[in-house]
Design a protein around this ligand. Structure first.
Ligand code: FMN
Length: 148
């Protein structure tokens, strides 16, 4: 299995928790899976031969959490084209807000613009319906992992 890089963006810790649970799941599967803190991402371009997983909540008006926003901008303005990069996205949001899961949709658009390929459709978890987002995210990732 290729190296899996886990990245998260959070305001109040839920996305970090979900990413940590995915990390625990990957430990059980013996996958190599560094979990990056948002502040560690400055200057980091996801390696194309490794899988990128982003777990990100939305804040404001479909906006990215503060700590991960600089990395998003960096990718948007400086990243090279990444046509062989594979990625998977997990969005945490709340459908009572006007722009549901806006932050992960921004990542979706950006990665598509960079030529990267999604391993499966973005998982968008609605806090009004998904009371254990970590379990839904694990199931989503296991669909991919078990297909390898
Ligand atoms: C101030 C605030 C603004 C939010 N704005 C949005 C939004 O625009 N779109 C959305 O889908 N969810 C929005 N949410 C819901 C959060 O994304 C959701 O509760 C998520 O689980 C929080 O995860 P976190 O603790 O990792 O930040 C907002 C929540 C708060 C508190």
């Amino acid at each position: 299995m290729k190296n899996i890089n886990l990245v998260y963006g959070t305001m109040n810790g839920e996305a970090k928790f979900v990413a940590s649970e995915l990390s625990n799941y990957l430990t059980e599967k013996s996958a190599n899976h560094p979990l990056y803190e948002p502040i560690e991402l400055s200057g980091w371009t996801p390696p194309e031969n490794e899988l990128l997983i982003i777990v990100c909540s939305s804040t404001g008006y479909g906006d990215l959490p503060d700590e991960i926003y600089p990395w998003f901008l960096e990718l948007e303005t400086k990243a090279p084209y990444l046509p062989t990069l594979e990625y998977g996205l997990v969005g945490l949001g709340d459908s009572s807000y006007d722009i549901f899961c806006g932050a992960i949709v921004q990542f979706e658009t950006l990665l598509a613009d960079l030529g990267a390929t999604a391993i499966q459709p973005t998982l968008k978890l609605d806090a009004t319906e998904h009371y254990a987002p970590e379990r839904d995210a694990e199931k989503w990732l296991s669909d991919y992992v078990t297909s390898l």
